[in-house]
Design a protein around this ligand. Structure first.
Ligand SMILES: NC(=O)c1ccc[n+]([C@@H]2O[C@H](COP(=O)([O-])OP(=O)(O)OC[C@H]3O[C@@H](n4cnc5c(N)ncnc54)[C@H](OP(=O)(O)O)[C@@H]3O)[C@@H](O)[C@H]2O)c1
Length: 313
């Protein structure tokens, strides 16, 4: 496993980390039981993974992660979780953040959360988050309950990363880390958000790097058809029936493999989060991140083809 600096924090994070949300929700949506989750987590640790990402919004994931990690020395892993500041659509009271952190500490069976994130900041809410909630979060950090402060973006509502860009331009001292989406079909972050994060020493967790489109040929075909009709991305040189077949050579054995490798190739990325709940997939993804590179010509071609692409999923 490779490790990278989590921004200016002084913490090294594994290039692959494990998420407990997404389509699988830590196996809650894919029929994995507690024993299977424990195996997944222990396999991740054996592979060198040292960061686990969760949220109060991921069903019972926090509690299940706490259970799966029981007995593992606390200094072997980092815990990242999130608070939703808009439960039911309304802005919450700042006190709700304090209760959320207390609850998360209990469920995760720990006395400190390494990375506490505002979950999915919408562009219209950025000012409210900074004014209403950041002071409460900083106070939790001063009390030693939280180590690093960050936020995640909403990739569908904010595919061009206006929130990360604003945050890193206006309040770089507040944000220790940012979670955003960067991948073969989501390269927009390379324009401004990732360079800003590097400049200010903010760690970047790359979420959902393959998710829907790169895991399903039918989704790839539909997206390419749409691009061809709209004329937004020039895909004329690609085979519409197998748009990424040309990537599979020299050890790259699937589009998913290529997707995870690409997700780590920008130096602004600290760690790539996989949301798999399948042990064999986890091992395959660790191999992708061990390589973390694509043949130069293919990488250059992907950068050229999809530089302006911000596909939501
Ligand atoms: N706004 C936010 O805060 C936000 C949004 C999205 C995600 N996240 C975080 O990022 C994490 C990752 O998101 P994600 O789950 O969407 O990420 P992802 O890793 O891009 O996608 C996971 C999907 O890909 C499949 N997959 C993964 N590896 C595979 C392989 N080797 N072969 C075949 N299929 C594979 C998984 O199915 P299997 O389970 O069958 O492998 C699952 O359906 C989440 O768990 C969460 O922690 C945060």
């Amino acid at each position: 496993m490779q490790y990278r600096a989590l921004g200016r924090s002084g913490i090294n994070v594994s290039l692959l980390s494990l998420g407990t949300g997404g389509a699988s929700h830590f196996g809650q949506k894919t029929g994995v039981d507690d024993a299977g989750r424990k195996l997944l987590v222990r396999t991740a640790l054996d592979l060198g993974v040292n960061l686990f990402d969760t949220s109060e919004q991921y069903g019972r994931s926090e509690e299940m992660l706490g259970l799966a990690l029981e007995g593992v020395p606390r200094d072997r892993y980092l815990l990242a979780t999130k608070w939703s500041y808009r439960p039911g659509g309304e802005l919450a009271q700042p006190e709700a953040l304090v209760s959320c952190v207390e609850r998360s500490l209990g469920l995760l069976k720990t006395d400190v959360i390494d990375v506490m994130q505002f979950h999915g900041i919408l562009p219209k809410d950025y000012d409210a988050v900074v004014e209403r909630y950041v002071p409460a979060m900083q106070s939790l950090r001063d009390q030693g309950k939280v180590r690093l402060i960050g936020f995640t973006e909403m990739m569908v509502q904010d595919p061009k990363h206006t929130v990360p860009v604003r945050a890193l331009k206006e309040h770089p001292e507040v944000w220790d880390m940012v979670m955003l989406k960067y991948g073969i079909l989501n390269q927009w972050a390379a324009k401004e958000a990732l360079p800003l994060a590097e400049k200010h020493g903010a760690g970047v967790l790359n979420m959902a790097p393959v998710r829907l489109t790169l895991t399903r040929l039918d989704e790839q075909k539909a997206l390419f058809e749409r691009w061809r009709d709209e004329g937004t991305v020039d895909v004329s040189g690609l085979d519409e029936q197998d748009p990424f077949g040309w990537l599979l050579h020299d050890g790259v054995d699937s589009v998913i493999d290529a997707g995870y490798r690409f997700a780590a190739m920008n130096s602004g990325i600290s760690s790539v989060i996989t949301g798999t709940s399948n042990v064999e997939h986890l091992k395959a993804n660790a191999r992708s991140l061990e390589a973390a590179t694509l043949p130069d010509a293919d990488y250059e071609r992907l950068l050229k083809l999809f530089a302006d692409s911000a596909a939501p999923n």
